[in-house]
Ligand binder design. Structure first.
Ligand code: NDP
Length: 458
């Protein structure tokens, strides 16, 4: 590989790109990486990490209320958005440094520059205009939030990118989109005391999740104060003289707010990257078409992470980057199994899920036993909070294999991680049944559900 400046040039310093660069370098490859914004990418800089910090912040209001049921008198409370944003920024800066340090330690050459592909093995660094060559190029540039640019007044809307840096906390916010980001941010703003309305074009939020949980998340969020406008979408947005905004909906409503946030999905960040020029095929939304080994239509160019629109989750991008580096530079070919991915929505309450929804399972398997349980978490017996926890296990009635487990309630994301291991191992209902409960926990419900609540046959 000595005819090239590098063995590998990685474009994009997010989770997938950084993992691939480090592992390739560990295998002895000469690696360079370029990032036009900040190392860490969407997840660390403007996604999962700051989002979760904001979720923690937004939960304290309820914690203070709940404390009273346990004998505490919580005095005067106040919240400083500025302090939260500053603390979050400090933590993000720390993490970005760790990303850089880890790259440096692995002997990866770091470029703070946009990089554009000029040939199958040529990249131009835009900050200096320098052209470099590499035996392989890995595209890991991620995705960016969509805005409905056909909507009059869309320039008054923000996305999650800006939500992390608002100079002040709005009094009222309107959020468009009923997916991960819309639902998570609705919980954050509502918890911080913002009057929050979520507008969604369909009849229930979180399409793709188990139907029972979609409605349960919405109902629990409604109890906490989030307003939902379903089966409706914006027609136009107007800026009012007082600086606030009014959104007119197709259904004839006029909704006023200080901020309007769009969370209607994300598109791959492939524009003007030079991909078309060298023959890398993309789909309708600009996602790079890849084979299971992340190779593209150009032999020397690979792509991992959200830019390929497979499963748009950080841990998946990390795995794809790792598999690519092991395969190409480590003489250890392997591919990522995208079929069973545990995931969590950091809504309030939290939703953790692994495997099939009841609807998906019923399409594939005629005979199912459904075990469902809804109960008040122990903490709320004293706090008095009207919040239910919901758990569901979907079992193939013929093989007794567990096909899916869904949990709504505190720490559901943590549970989903462990449940993911059990489903990876092909756990049956009997495996859960013979596991002794951890008492008193909410999770023990998963090993004590004896009789199906529903038997679906045929
Ligand atoms: P999602 O795809 O999750 O949701 C998009 C939402 O916007 C859906 O409700 C969708 O409706 C709606 N929508 C799409 N287009 C339009 C439109 N033109 N007008 C009105 N509504 C529209 O995207 P997000 O932006 O919420 O998140 C992006 C991705 O980021 C997620 O897919 C996820 O993979 C990842 N993510 C993961 C997180 C986690 O793991 N906890 C957290 C945050 C993001 P419909 O359902 O009808 O299509």
């Amino acid at each position: 590989m000595t005819d090239y400046d590098y063995d590998l040039f990685v474009i994009g310093g997010g989770s997938g790109g950084v993992r691939a660069a480090r592992i390739a370098a560990t295998h002895g490859a000469r690696v360079a990486i370029a990032e036009e914004h900040r190392y860490g990418g969407t997840c660390v800089i403007r996604g999962c990490v700051p989002k979760k910090l904001f979720v923690y912040a937004s939960k304290f209001a309820e914690e203070f209320e709940d404390a009273e049921g346990f004998g505490w008198s919580v005095g005067e409370r106040s919240f400083s958005w500025e302090k939260l944003v500053a603390a979050k920024d400090q933590e993000i800066a720390r993490l970005e440094n760790i990303y850089r340090r880890n790259l440096d330690r692995a002997n990866v050459e770091i470029h703070d520059s946009r990089a554009v592909i000029e040939g199958p093995q040529t990249v131009r660094l835009m900050s200096t205009g320098t052209k470099v060559t590499a035996r392989y190029i890995l595209v890991a540039v991620g995705a960016s939030p969509n805005l409905d640019n056909s909507l009059p007044g869309i320039e008054h809307a923000i996305t999650s990118n800006e939500a992390f840096h608002l100079t002040e906390l709005p009094s009222r916010i309107l959020i468009a989109g009923g997916g991960y980001i819309g639902v998570e941010f609705a919980g954050i703003f509502n918890g911080l005391g913002v009057e929050t309305t979520l507008i969604y074009r369909g009849d229930e939020i979180l399409r793709g999740f188990d139907n029972d949980f979609r409605s349960a998340v919405r109902e629990e969020m409604e109890k906490k104060g989030v307003k939902f406008v379903l089966n409706d979408s914006f027609e136009k947005i107007e800026r009012l003289p007082d600086g606030t905004a009014a959104a007119h909906t197709q259904g004839g409503q006029i909704l006023q707010a200080d901020k309007i946030m769009f969370a209607i999905g994300r598109n791959p960040h492939t524009r003007d990257l030079g991909l078309e020029k060298v023959g890398v095929e993309m789909d309708r939304i600009g996602a790079i078409k890849v084979n299971p080994d992340s190779s593209t239509t150009v032999e020397s160019i690979y792509a991992v992470g959200d830019v390929t629109n497979r499963a748009n989750l950080t841990p998946v991008a990390i795995r794809e980057g790792h598999a690519f580096a092991d395969t190409i530079f480590g003489n250890n070919p392997w591919t990522v199994d995208h079929s069973l991915i545990a995931t969590a929505v950091f809504s309030q309450p939290e939703l953790g899920t692994v495997g099939l929804t009841q609807e998906e399972a019923h399409e594939r398997t005629p005979n199912l036993d459904i075990y469902k349980s809804s109960f008040r978490p122990m903490k709320h017996t004293l706090s008095g909070r009207d919040e239910k926890m919901l758990m569901k296990m979907i079992v193939d009635a013929d093989t007794q294999k567990v096909l899916g487990v869904h949990v709504l309630g505190p720490d559901a994301g943590e549970l989903a991680q462990v449940l993911g291991v059990t489903l990876q191992m092909g756990a049956t209902k009997a495996d859960f049944d013979r596991t002794i409960a951890v008492h008193p926990t909410a999770a023990e419900e998963l090993v004590t559900m004896r009789e199906p609540t529903e038997r679906l046959r045929g």
